[in-house]
Design a protein around this ligand. Structure first.
Ligand code: NDP
Length: 255
């Protein structure tokens, strides 16, 4: 197989949670451009409409469903709908995320804690479990979890986020071990600081200067800069890579 063909995703169906904005949107468009049919779960109607029209422009079969991934009973029917319309899901990108800037556990409310853990961790477990069932049947699959710099570092400001993102890396390794015999690879991407809705407010804070100073690349990442790693981890090119976390951070974590 030629090197370039290793990265082709034609014939695959990818499900991207939170693919209607930010990093998830870039991953969705990138996987579609590489040939995969793309399904998205997102909550916001307007954002869902917009990404659907962008996906349609690629000419690739696509589907955007209004799904809140913390609504557990909605997940199985939504996955079934994707599989009925597009075919068996071969690529799952657990990307959807929220943060709660509580300033630390002393201020963190139980509700906010639960909401972050439900979105960033519990939904990842449930979606992976449901999607892995058909991957196991097909003896083929790719699961990509989105971690963070806070998968490695603690945070006094966003402890729930840091706890979830740390756990994601261990869950990635655990699922990788369990699912490897079925030819399913499970990996994570740990983005550094990327310009998205989630981080927009940081630009006006002193933290912005700290980020630029600490990042050897000297700048924020653009969401499209995740695409290469996402395509690689979705493709045959990574068939012997599993349980790995790839940092895409302009060098932030090496300082
Ligand atoms: P955005 O806020 O831009 O996008 C997050 C997406 O997740 C939204 O489009 C949102 O869709 C969706 N989402 C959130 N909650 C739910 C839910 N319950 N059900 C369905 N969809 C949901 O953030 P980013 O693109 O920045 O973040 C994407 C991922 O990358 C997250 O996991 C984040 O933690 C991680 N990350 C981001 C970094 C950054 O610097 N930006 C750094 C490291 C990691 P909707 O509006 O429709 O709810």
């Amino acid at each position: 197989m030629s090197a370039i063909k290793l990265f082709e995703l034609k014939g695959n169906v990818a499900l991207i949670t939170g693919g209607n904005g930010g990093i998830g949107r870039s991953i969705a468009i990138g996987l579609a451009e590489a040939g995969a049919s793309v399904a998205i779960f997102g909550r916001n109607r307007e954002k869902n409409k917009k990404i659907l029209s962008e996906l349609k422009k690629t000419g690739i079969p696509s589907l955007v469903l209004q799904v809140d991934i913390t609504n557990r009973s909605a997940l199985e029917p939504a996955i079934k709908k994707v599989e009925q319309e597009l075919g068996p899901i071969g690529i799952l990108v657990n990307n959807a995320g929220i943060k709660s800037v509580s300033g630390g556990i002393l201020n963190e409310t139980e509700e906010n804690w639960d909401s972050v853990i439900d979105t960033q961790l519990n939904a990842v477990f449930l979606l992976s479990k449901l999607v892995a069932k058909s991957m196991v049947k097909n003896k083929r699959g790719k699961i990509i979890n989105i971690g963070s710099m806070y998968s490695f570092f603690g945070s006094g400001r966003i402890p729930s986020y840091s706890a979830a993102k740390g756990a994601i890396i261990q869950l990635t390794k655990s699922m990788a071990i369990e699912l490897a015999p079925y030819n399913i690879q499970v990996n994570a991407i740990a983005p550094g600081w990327f310009e998205t809705d989630m981080t927009a407010s940081i630009k006006t804070l002193p933290l912005n200067d700290e980020i630029i100073l600490r990042t050897p690349a000297g700048r924020w990442g653009k969401p499209d800069e995740i695409i290469g790693t996402a395509v690689y981890l979705s493709s045959k090119a990574s068939d012997f890579v599993t349980g790995e976390t790839i940092r895409v951070d302009g060098g932030f974590a090496i300082r």
